[in-house]
Design a protein. Structure first.
Length: 197
């Protein structure tokens, strides 16, 4: 029996998603506007923080995320597909980076791919599996939303430990040190040297 190409296997769908994503233009995060729809995105770092030296200025993203329209998470029959979910989510990330005392928005670029609603989660998983972004896989907390007023504050995330400054995270319990967070990133990147050129 000869080998038969099946474009619908998980691996082939994932490879196609990564290929299509990499065809999208990288744009500066600073001043980004007019991004329409829902889908997936990645952030890229080109600054000089020692922790990120192995990936700075490369095509390996530091973070991958998804943006879905209101109602989609709860299984709404009619999510608002006209809602600019990608732009809204990227604006949240811009504010987080602006608050961080040791990061600058000018050191970031992004790539976005609008995706049909049913494949957004799959596309995010495919990109995370492909690139193993440090802010997804090691230094968690970047994508967190501020806790609601009735929710108790918890422990400060690894991301907020290494990148202090978000006002709501400053109220959380410090149970990690920046030195521990720095070493965690360096060890992770040494063990995951795969990059795109």
């Amino acid at each position: 029996m000869p080998y038969l190409w099946d474009p619908l296997t998980f691996d082939n769908l994932m490879a196609g998603t990564v290929l299509q994503f990499e065809r999208q233009e990288q744009k500066p995060l600073h001043g980004l506007s007019g991004v329409e729809g829902s889908g997936v995105y990645a952030l890229y770092y080109k600054g000089k923080m020692a922790e990120y030296k192995p990936i700075a200025g490369t095509c390996r993203p530091i973070y991958v995320g998804k943006a879905v329209p209101p109602g989609a998470r709860k299984g709404s029959a009619k999510p608002n597909l006209d809602y600019p979910a990608l732009q809204t989510r990227l604006n949240e990330h811009i504010r987080s980076i602006e608050h961080a005392k040791n990061l600058s928005v000018e050191h970031f670029s992004c790539r976005v791919l609008p995706v049909v609603l049913n494949f957004i989660v799959f596309s995010e998983q495919a990109l995370i599996q492909q690139y193993k972004p440090v802010w997804n896989s090691c230094l968690d907390g970047f994508g967190k939303h501020p806790p609601g007023k009735k929710r108790k504050t918890g422990s400060r995330s690894w991301w907020d430990t290494l990148h202090p400054g978000r006002p709501w995270a400053e109220k959380e319990t410090e149970d990690k040190t920046p030195q521990e967070a720095s070493q965690k990133v360096k060890s992770f990147l040494r063990g995951n040297e795969k990059t795109s050129n």
